[in-house]
Design a protein around this ligand. Structure first.
Ligand code: HEM
Length: 531
């Protein structure tokens, strides 16, 4: 089947280096690249040697800033196809026709460590998918946990500063065991649900092929009539969900720091293609307030007993990139890259992300034209009135403004039946206010639900992880405060952790006992794609 992204990439492939002699950037043939041009037998080197200067300069400029988070990653191309038309809920073109394959690029990543860190650290994993649809690029920029550490994006710099290595000595570079992280966690209890996931075996996936992905936020589907439906996105690996155990993860870091990216690469080379099913949880707009948590709160899941996951399509990763830097490093995902039929909610974390990704990429990728980089190029036609800027690769013709009576310039379509993106009409009412909604207040019910959904051996792994990570914290008050917070999740959990980190056992607190959610436990993994 023709792949429009592959055809587009072909046009950007560099000349095969083996197809002729070495040249300069200007195409001048070079017959000697082993010695610089010197005045006399023993130097000095001459400024005139343009090949020497070009070679060194280009080397000096090879590095660009790594991502501020999710710096270490691995990626692959593939395709997505829906099982059936989703027209009932969304007009998104790529979700209409099971015979249409949409090309994708997926980048998996760790969050905290630098580009050169190890794969199998205890951390959240990124699971970011770019769909090159006929209506433009759609990015589903998710993680392998269904929840996030904070509720409002304004806390993201604080959270990341607490997670990253200590500012004075840059220690630790790859683990969650340090004072600043646990200080933040103990003072900001909204982190607890995701911390429970982080201390579980979900934080050390065996393979990217056996890892779930989640859009995390509640998004919206919008149908052809403009009606919205709340939606949560889930990726399920068809191989089932598998994790390492902590000892394996640590040993693997030493033996093969590239364990996960090597596995992804090798399996694709061997034709053993990773496959994931896309599922959705759908909530009618009128049911927005029928939960005991807020759908706009990214620290909450919608329990699958309440709203089952409906499988809607399958993704297959079947091609490794040609060049890590050009493709995996230069790809730019952005939560605001949506297509007609997919829209946002007022989740304050999502709203912050919709600003942050483009902003950081303007720096990371050197200016405003990075959507022209081959891996970022839509396969849909691009016609804008944007002009100039660093690294402009297009030769635009004509004028570039609208309205325009002189010719040129791109008009915005006024046709109401056109496939243009139109923001969902939503009534917004209220006063400016800088305060978290009280509907975001419950930080303990869902962490408790997670804990109670675990089997005995999974609970033991969680306690061991808390003891290992929190046990390394020097500040006793931070250890005590964290245990106090855990006591509000579950008393036995808090006591078991307290015994391992050298602090007094906490007082018994009133603990919510919600219905366990069996889908969360690895023990319930059937290995056939159903969980
Ligand atoms: C990068 C996921 C929250 C800012 C990433 C990446 C993923 C991701 C998967 C890696 C993208 C890639 O592979 O290139 C998430 C999820 C979040 C979340 C699931 C919460 C639900 C946030 C928030 C902010 C943020 C709240 C800021 C307000 C960034 C930035 C990058 C990044 C700046 C680097 C992007 C780049 O340089 O290309 N995030 N993130 N993220 N994220 Fe997030």
């Amino acid at each position: 089947m023709a792949d429009p992204k592959q055809e587009q990439r072909d046009a950007f492939r560099a000349e095969d280096p083996a197809s002729g002699p070495l040249t300069t950037d200007q195409g001048v043939v070079v017959d000697h690249t082993d010695d610089s041009l010197q005045a006399g037998e023993r130097g000095p080197t001459l400024m005139e040697d343009f090949h020497f200067r070009e070679k060194i300069t280009r080397f000096d400029h090879e590095r660009i800033p790594e991502r501020v988070v999710h710096a270490r990653g691995a990626g692959a191309y593939g395709y997505f196809e829906p099982y059936a038309s989703c027209a009932e809920f969304t007009r998104a073109a790529f979700l209409q026709d099971p015979s249409v394959r949409t090309p994708v690029f997926v980048r998996f990543s760790t969050v905290q460590g630098p580009r050169g860190s190890a794969d199998t650290v205890r951390d959240v994993r990124g699971f970011a998918t770019k769909f090159y649809t006929t209506e433009g690029n759609y990015d589903l920029v998710g993680n392998n946990f269904p929840v996030f550490f904070i509720q409002d994006g304004i806390k993201f710099p604080d959270f990341v500063h607490a997670v990253k290595p200590e500012p004075h000595n840059e220690i630790p570079t790859g683990a969650s065991a340090h004072d600043t992280l646990w200080d933040f966690v103990s003072l900001q209890p909204e982190t607890l649900h995701t911390i429970m996931w982080l201390m579980s075996d979900r934080a050390i996936p065996r393979s990217y092929r056996t890892m779930q992905g989640f859009g995390v936020h509640t998004f919206r589907f919008v149908d052809a009539a403009g009606k919205g439906t709340f939606v949560k996105f889930h990726w399920r690996p068809l191989l089932g969900v598998h994790s390492l155990v902590w000892d394996e993860a640590q040993e693997t870091q030493g033996r093969d720091p590239d364990f996960n990216r090597r596995d992804l690469w090798d399996c694709i080379e061997a034709g053993n293609y990773p496959e994931y099913e896309l599922g959705v949880q759908l909530v009618p707009e009128e049911d927005e307030h029928s939960f005991d948590f807020d759908l706009l709160d990214a620290t909450k899941i919608i329990p699958e007993e309440r709203v089952p996951v409906r499988p809607i399509g399958k993704m297959v990763l079947n091609r490794n990139p040609d060049n890590f830097f050009a493709e995996t490093e230069q790809i730019a995902f952005h939560t605001a890259n949506v297509v007609p039929g997919i829209d946002f909610t007022n989740d304050p974390l999502l709203q912050a992300r919709n600003f942050s990704y483009l902003d950081t990429q303007l720096l990371r990728l050197g200016g405003p034209n990075f959507s022209q980089i081959p891996v970022n190029r839509p396969v849909a036609p691009v016609r804008t009135n944007q002009r100039d800027g660093f690294h402009q690769n297009q030769i635009h013709r004509g004028t570039s403004y609208s309205p325009n009576s002189l010719g040129g310039g791109c008009p915005a379509l006024a046709d109401p039946d056109s496939p243009a993106f139109r923001h969902l009409t939503e009534r917004v009412d209220g006063q400016k206010i800088r305060r978290r909604s009280p509907s975001f207040d419950d930080h303990y019910t869902q962490p408790a639900m997670f804990w109670h959904s675990m089997s005995a051996w999974e609970q033991k792994h969680i306690v061991d992880a808390f003891r290992f990570e929190l046990g390394k914290v020097g500040a006793r008050a931070v250890r005590e405060r964290t245990v106090e917070q855990l006591a509000r999740v579950d008393h036995e959990l808090a006591v078991a952790v307290a015994q391992g980190v050298g602090v007094a056992e906490p007082r018994r607190q009133e603990t919510p006992r919600p219905t366990p959610s069996p889908a969360l436990s690895l023990e319930n993994n059937k290995g056939d794609g159903s969980i």
